[in-house]
Design a protein around this ligand. Structure first.
Ligand code: ZN
Length: 238
């Protein structure tokens, strides 16, 4: 509150409790200076529930003691505390790699909530969820949809051919060969098939991953997928 707002508040308080009125001009000036010094950071009102005149009226209504600045500062502090306690930091809309902007947005949102200019952002699970997501953040999520951005994923494909082939197969609705164990090279599920190197002496000489799974493994995955599809279509018979 600035000096004018404090003066207006003191005039209102004086109407409710005439004991607070200072008729001597010097005393009135001191009172105004004192209240302004102590309540400069307390707003007159916020769009979300705080009103200094309501807090003053409540004190005069319920307390036999003359109102002092603390009787407004205390409810203001508990208003701030209560709002911050109900606030769960929403995910900022800025680039997560921009540490400074990220922290600045988190802190800025908290300050706005504490100051009463923004409503606390509650945990998404309790509120409705999707439509509460900040629009700029929603756009970013749509663009990425994975922890690996599409451009990086495409750039990595040549270096992980088995993985890329698997993603392509799943995207096209084909059976995922890597979801089963290979009966041929004994690769565990999730691991690419391996080709065995034969040394000059005819012995095994280590293995290297294959870009494509062994044909038998593909057949096995297809059979398993067909079986799962059939089961899903007849849940009542299970
Ligand atoms: Zn294999």
């Amino acid at each position: 509150m600035d000096r004018r707002e404090i003066a207006a508040l003191l005039a209102y308080i004086g109407r409710l409790d005439p004991r607070t009125i200072r008729t001597n001009q010097g005393e009135a000036r001191d009172q105004l200076a004192q209240w302004h010094e102590l309540l400069a950071d307390v707003p007159t009102a916020t769009p979300h529930g705080w009103d200094a005149s309501v807090a003053a009226r409540q004190h005069i209504r319920t307390s036999p003691y003359q109102i002092v600045p603390a009787d407004l500062a205390r409810p203001w502090e508990s208003y701030r505390r209560d709002r911050l306690a109900r606030h769960s930091d929403p995910t900022p809309s800025v680039d997560p790699d921009d540490q400074a902007a990220w922290s600045a947005e988190l802190a800025g949102t908290r300050r706005a909530v504490a100051a009463g200019t923004t409503q606390p952002s509650q945990v998404r699970a309790i509120t409705t969820g999707q439509d509460e997501i900040e629009p700029r953040l929603a756009a970013r999520l749509r663009e990425i949809g994975s922890c690996i951005p599409p451009a990086a994923r495409a750039a990595l494909a040549p270096y992980r051919p088995a993985r890329a082939a698997r993603e392509a197969a799943v995207a096209q609705g084909k059976p995922d060969a890597l979801s089963v164990r290979c009966e041929w090279c004994l690769a565990q599920s999730g691991e690419p098939c391996r080709r065995r190197g034969i040394g000059p002496d005819g012995g095994a000489r280590g293995t290297a991953p294959r870009d494509t799974p062994h044909p038998g493994r593909l057949d096995l995955a297809a059979a398993q997928q067909a079986q799962q599809t059939a089961q899903a279509q007849q849940p009542a018979l299970a």
